[in-house]
Design a protein. Structure first.
Ligand SMILES: Nc1ncnc2c1ncn2[C@@H]1O[C@H](COP(=O)(O)OP(=O)(O)O)[C@@H](O)[C@H]1O
Ligand SMILES: [Mg+2]
Length: 457
């Protein structure tokens, strides 16, 4: 691997597993499962907050304690967080574990350690994760023309994420709106874990551990919403306490539906199927059912073994190769179904019909997304919006509207909702940084010869 000649003390790339118990290396070290040579060309000897604007990408970020920046590395954008070596390695390992068990979390890329400034003084390590495309911090969602039920929808998404994490034995320890990212998912949202610093994985969580997470989530959410409120960003109808309580209610409802034991009499076996259908509706897949007969043999206790969320999205992925959010998948599958019916192909293999639907309907539609909007809206979300728009248009004009017609009209009338203007982003970023504790605040770039070199590039 070729190294940037400026980084004379960059000595190694490790493709490593267990770094948790290591002591911090003395020379610049990039620990990564997928090392990207371009990483070496970044100005690691500067505190992250001083990296030049040419390197960083302005995308909305949530409130953080540490300095976080988005940086373009080759053809994608990474999120860099300046943090102690111990915390960086710990969070890196945790995110790797979460990736293996397939829960929605940001993807770990590397830990950069052994950093020094040009005076040879040590700098903190940096955790590198992949910037989650199309994701938004909650604060950015409240900056736009907001619907009254947005807060509720975010909470519902967070409740699903928390249940999924708990089912896998992940104790979070720091649940809050600032520590998740949201993705648009049809007319809802889905939530992704971003800050795993305080988390721990167990084979099973106790009720006490789960309740602690829920309680902290509730407290944090209420506080975060009150902050929005005092900044006049929350619709006045929204009651912070009620929204906080909603998290606990939704969580418990979902947890009980997924893990509860049902008891049926032997002539009620059809109810088992009903239970499985209900779980599928909630978006969860059932792997097997644990059934035990009571001693007298009159009743059967049933407990589903829930594999994970993603019932519809797994099905769509199998059929089309599209990897999308659960609610988007549901809408796309409905459209595929409608296509199959309207083309009189009910008797044909769904896989074959799906290939034609992709070619004739889905792809031509998403190809129309104007280039300047491609960074703001996911193709599947765009497709969902067009379906929705076509339905509304058809209702108004009293007859079916074609997809191309609906697409053009949607772009013209509504797509702008997805754009975030640069000024709004800047104010979100300023706010995001307001709570940062930066150890290098007194650092003066004029005294650092490297700073001038980087700034001139
Ligand atoms: N991989 C990522 N993709 C998108 N946004 C990210 C990513 N990593 C961090 N962020 C943004 O940076 C913010 C702060 O990150 P976080 O890990 O919570 O820092 P801290 O530990 O200081 O709280 C997040 O709220 C999120 O908006
Ligand atoms: Mg955080």
């Amino acid at each position: 691997m070729e190294q940037d000649p400026r980084l004379t003390n960059a000595t190694s790339v490790k493709s490593g597993d267990d770094v948790a118990e290591q002591t911090e290396p003395r020379a610049l070290t990039i620990t990564s499962a997928t090392a990207n040579p371009r990483m070496f060309t970044l100005p690691w000897s500067l505190p992250l907050a001083r990296w030049s604007e040419d390197l960083t990408v302005n995308l909305p970020r949530g409130i953080s304690r540490h300095v976080v920046r988005f940086v373009r590395v080759g053809d994608h954008v990474d999120a860099l967080k300046e943090i102690s070596f111990r915390s960086a390695t710990r969070e890196y390992e945790m995110l790797r574990s979460l990736e293996k068990i397939d829960v929605p979390s940001v993807k770990p890329i590397a830990v950069v350690s052994g950093r020094k400034n040009s005076n040879g003084e040590p700098l903190e390590a940096i955790l590198v994760t992949e910037q989650l495309k199309f994701s938004l911090p909650y604060r950015a969602l409240f900056a736009r023309n907001l619907r009254v039920d947005t807060a509720d929808k975010l909470i519902d998404a967070l409740a699903v994420l928390l249940v999924r994490l708990h089912l896998q034995g992940f104790y979070w320890g720091d649940v809050s709106l600032s520590n998740v990212l949201f993705l648009r998912d049809a007319d809802n949202f889905s939530a992704v874990l971003v800050d795993a610093e305080t988390g721990a994985l167990y084979s099973n969580l106790t009720d006490g551990q789960r309740e602690y997470d829920i309680d902290l989530a509730r407290t944090n959410i209420i506080g975060e919403l009150m902050d929005l409120h005092s900044g006049n960003l929350l619709p006045s109808e929204v009651d912070e306490i009620e929204v906080g309580n909603r998290l606990a209610d939704r969580y418990h409802e979902l947890w009980d539906a997924l893990t509860g034991m049902d008891s049926f009499s032997t002539d009620e076996m059809w109810k088992i199927e009903q239970r499985v259908n209900r779980l599928n509706e909630l978006g969860f897949d059932v792997d097997e059912l644990e059934m035990t007969a009571t001693e007298d043999g009159n009743r059967i206790n049933v407990r589903p073994r829930v594999v994970d969320a993603g019932y519809a999205s797994n099905k769509l992925l199998r059929l089309t190769g599209l990897d999308v959010q659960e609610n988007q998948a549901r809408r796309l599958l409905n459209d595929l179904d409608a296509y199959r019916t309207s083309t009189w192909r009910q008797g044909e293999e769904l896989e074959v019909v799906a290939t034609d639907w992709m070619r004739e309907i889905f792809e031509p539609t998403v190809r129309r997304i104007p280039t300047e909007y491609r960074q703001f809206i996911e193709p599947a979300q765009f497709f969902y919006e067009v379906l929705q728009h076509r339905w509304e248009m058809s209702g108004k004009v009293g007859h079916d509207v074609s997809m191309p017609e609906a697409t053009d009209d949607y772009i013209e009338e509504k797509l702008a909702e997805y754009e975030i203007d640069p000024e709004a982003i800047q104010s979100i970023l300023d706010e995001a940084d307001s709570g940062v504790m930066d150890d290098y605040d007194d650092y003066n770039p004029d005294e650092d010869p490297d700073a001038a070199v980087w700034a001139s590039e």
